[in-house]
Design a protein. Structure first.
Length: 555
């Protein structure tokens, strides 16, 4: 791998800076001057239709952004990633989440091992276990089949699977319930267990090292609950626990049968792992065939990214427009607004994907950046968000680029017109989609003071009811929210994050920023339980520890 390039030192960056200083076009003008703008800037990406026309960008802007992507080696780094080069240089690892969805007939050798064969061996083992649970063949300690699955993990071992099961709820098998426990707060585990029968519950403990503090604390709590219900018989653990881990010794010590341990690899980062063994809960829920369809969706986007030139590549262009706003307009955040209730956890999933990947202050070479990197990612489903934060989106002082995501059709079994609803009357899904389209239009074009006054609004209220517009957005549309489409949406954002990280010259695949708090938490924990331990923190931290000690002593 070549050394990272400081993007701010390139001619392309300087050209974009000059272009920004001279940029005065409005979205009204851009659409007026080019009536076919929407046609020119709408792209078909597998099953996704991606409309980039409502962005503050001319053809010159796009050309300059593509120059910057080329100057920073986006294509070359993507190729290096896909062939297994160790582009995660701070951890000396390959980055091969794309290998998780390659076809069985493919081959990719890394360090002399065909990783595609390994991936499919694990997928086959996952499928066998999933079918045992789905068909009632997995039996608990009292001879009854499993009827509840609880995934215990945190971060990438929780956010992806939890989001996917919610998104694919119409595809989940009847007769099985699913729950996710991530927070070490005992309330979450207690509330989850309170509605379950230990004799019919299967726990999936998702921790690559089997040492993640929060995950193992929750796993031990679940283990105690189960063993107590089994009359103290610890052999029941092997019938009710599965490990998504590579630490065979720790898994065996816990009491889990090694045959029920599903590994993955150091070239799979946690936030890129939901299509690995970490996705076992998804496979149990929707079945191996539908899980395969989701992998097909991931792969379709991988292939699009690999074979579509940057100038026509909607993923790369979306990423570069994000760079345009972050670095040249200095807008700090990015909103993801799915108009699909089943995607209500999608923004939370993307927060980790984006902010853990590109929230970096140094480049790959260790030199500090002197430009902005990853945005603050946030969002909420429509139409809820409209009654919460859209006021700021429309009239706030800091514009927020937005992604709208919508489906042309409601999920199967929802909002289907029947005898009681005339064909020419709007359904709830019609209302949902209308709101999404209207919001993107209102953000883009706003409403001028003269237009407000022409509506007869009193002079004193004209400024209050004026909308500046020029608020950019992307709209992504698909026919239905299927496993294949969900895979495509996730991969779209994976590669969007990759492109931006490459341009900024950061390592999108490490996360050293989460380490310090974890280390300090271990020290504080020992001080909380040992009331005699000396305290050597700052005054605020010492006082908090002392207050907790007093509360703990009075319980």
């Amino acid at each position: 791998m070549t050394d990272p390039i400081n993007p701010a030192a390139t001619e392309a960056w300087a050209a974009l800076s000059h272009h920004r200083s001279a940029f005065h076009a409005s979205l009204r003008d851009l659409f007026h001057d080019d009536p076919q703008r929407a046609d020119h800037m709408t792209y078909q990406v597998a099953d996704l239709t991606v409309d980039l026309s409502k962005h503050l960008a001319t053809s010159d802007t796009v050309s300059l952004l593509v120059d910057l992507a080329n100057s920073t080696g986006v294509v070359q780094r993507f190729e290096a990633m896909c062939r297994g080069d160790r582009i995660n240089s701070t951890e000396d690892r390959a980055v091969l989440h794309t290998a998780l969805r390659r076809q069985r007939s493919d081959s990719l050798e890394v360090d002399g091992v065909d990783v595609v064969d390994q991936v499919h061996d694990v997928l086959d083992a996952m499928a066998a276990l999933a079918q045992r649970v789905r068909t009632g063949q997995w039996i608990g300690f009292d001879g009854r089949p499993i009827d509840a699955v609880v995934n215990i993990g945190i971060g990438g071992s929780d956010l992806g699977p939890a989001m996917a099961l919610r998104a694919l709820e119409p595809h989940v098998i009847d007769g099985l319930s699913f729950a996710f426990v991530s927070n070490v707060d005992p309330v979450q585990m207690s509330q989850t267990l309170a509605r379950l029968d230990p004799a019919t519950t299967l726990f999936l403990v998702a921790s690559k090292t089997f040492t993640t503090a929060e995950t193992m604390a929750n796993a031990q709590a679940a283990r105690r609950w189960l063993v107590d219900a089994a009359g103290g018989d610890s052999s029941a653990v092997s019938k009710h626990f599965v490990a998504l881990s590579t630490n065979a010794e720790a898994v065996a010590d816990f009491g889990i049968d090694e045959a029920n341990m599903f590994g993955f690899w150091d070239w799979v980062g946690g936030r890129y792992s939901m299509d690995s063994a970490i996705g076992l809960s998804i496979m149990i829920a929707i079945g191996p065939e539908a899980f395969g369809e989701m992998l097909d969706g991931f792969r379709a986007i991988d292939e699009y990214m690999a074979h579509t030139p940057l100038a026509r590549n909607a993923i790369a262009l979306s990423a570069m427009l994000g760079v345009w706003y972050r670095n040249f307009w200095h807008w700090p955040s990015h909103a993801v607004l799915p108009y699909a209730q089943l995607l209500d956890r999608f923004a939370a999933y993307l927060q980790q994907l984006d902010m853990e990947s590109n929230g970096k202050r140094v480049r790959i070479d260790g030199e500090p950046v002197d430009y902005d990197t990853g945005p603050i990612v946030w969002g909420e489903p429509g139409t809820n968000g409209q009654h919460a934060f859209y006021q700021l989106l429309h009239q706030g002082t800091s514009p927020v680029p937005c992604d709208f995501i919508g489906m042309l059709n409601p999920p199967q079994g929802y909002d289907q017109p029947g005898d009681a609803l005339a064909a020419d009357q709007p359904t709830q899904h019609d209302q949902l989609f209308a709101n999404m389209v209207a919001q993107s239009e209102a953000l883009a074009f706003g409403k001028t003071a003269s237009e407000v006054a022409a509506d007869g609004v009193s002079a004193g209220l004209v400024s209050h009811k004026t909308f500046p517009g020029n608020r950019p957005s992307t709209t992504i549309v698909a026919d239905h929210l299927t496993p294949r489409v969900l895979g495509q949406l996730i991969a779209f954002y994976e590669h969007r994050v990759f492109v931006q990280g490459t341009v900024w010259g950061v390592n999108s695949f490490d996360q050293w920023g989460v380490e310090l708090g974890k280390v300090l938490a271990g020290r504080v924990l020992s001080e909380l339980v040992d009331a005699e331990a000396p305290l050597g923190h700052d005054g605020s931290t010492n006082r908090l520890v002392e207050r907790y000690r007093a509360a703990r002593a009075s319980r």
